[in-house]
Design a protein around this ligand. Structure first.
Ligand code: PEP
Ligand code: MN
Length: 270
């Protein structure tokens, strides 16, 4: 059976357009922002930094899936309100995670792209509910999921009638303990062969270390990914989640400049 997500079913790239931004069709599109929405001032300041540096979408988690129940789990609905304000202030479309079906409608109403995180890649009731929406979904690969499992999870969304799906490689768990996860760039190349859906790379969660993020972000562009999901924070040492992997504003600006140079060499619009 030909899967709806497969290149056999649809040879041409799926294009996902959001007020000025486009995923697919050779573009390289950057989503950036803090791991979590922490406050109005933090989100606004970071949103301005990433917009001025050339990001096309703003990310920020309001509902945070955390390994420990004692960690900061996000501002919840108040965080969604801050994302609505930030979008109006800086003019970038927004991305935020829905961690369960109860909050899906609220997330969908507040942001442009609904993220389904790695821990929820095979949450089939969430996938079915998101499949009923007509709004882009960013589906992250589970840390222990094969490419086939990722594609079958995306198939739930398409089968439900939602064809606006972005995939994201965010690192898988291997035997190598020196980084948070292992970024599977070969998997990105293979995914681009197997599916017409845009494939993004998240070098922040993959490595857990801001010093590794720019090089892997550049490698993602060179490998043919359709874009990035990157964490940026003005004060990583004070971040309520994932500080060590957040790029400082200056590092993000430098990364964007180098991506544009590589894009020129490759004939790809960054
Ligand atoms: C995130 O992007 O905010 C996140 C929690 O990532 P992941 O689901 O890949 O761990
Ligand atoms: Mn994070």
């Amino acid at each position: 059976m030909k899967l709806l997500v497969s290149r056999e079913n649809q040879p041409e790239d799926t294009l996902i357009r959001l007020s000025g931004a486009q995923f697919g069709g050779g573009r390289f599109t950057v989503i950036a922002g803090p791991c979590a929405v922490e406050s109005s001032a933090q989100l606004r300041a970071t949103a301005e930094v990433v917009r001025d540096a050339g990001a096309s979408l703003l990310r920020g988690g309001a509902f945070k899936p955390r390994t420990s129940p004692y960690s900061f789990r996000g501002l919840g609905r108040a965080g969604l309100g801050l994302l609505v304000e930030a979008r109006a202030a800086v003019g970038l479309p927004t991305v935020s995670e829905a961690v369960d079906t109860d909050d899906l409608a609220a997330v969908a109403a507040a942001v442009d792209v609904i993220q389904i995180g790695a821990r929820n890649m095979q949450n089939f009731s969430l996938l079915e509910a998101a499949g009923r929406l007509r709004q882009p979904v960013l589906l992250k690969r589970g840390a222990g999921a094969t490419l086939d499992e990722l594609l079958q999870a995306a198939e739930y969304l398409l089968q439900g009638g939602n064809r606006q799906v972005l995939l994201c490689e965010r690192g898988i768990r291997t035997f190598a303990p020196s980084m948070r996860y292992t970024l599977d760039l070969a998997g990105v190349v293979r995914l681009k062969q197997l599916t017409h859906l845009p494939v993004l790379v998240d070098p922040s969660h993959a490595t857990g270390d801001a010093r590794l993020v720019p090089a892997l972000a550049r490698a993602a562009l060179a490998a043919g990914a359709d874009g990035l999901l990157v964490e940026v924070h003005a004060q990583p040492e004070a971040a309520l989640s994932d500080g060590p992997q957040a790029l400082l504003p200056e590092a993000f600006r430098g990364l964007m400049a180098s991506l544009r140079q590589i894009g020129t060499a490759l004939g790809r619009a960054v």
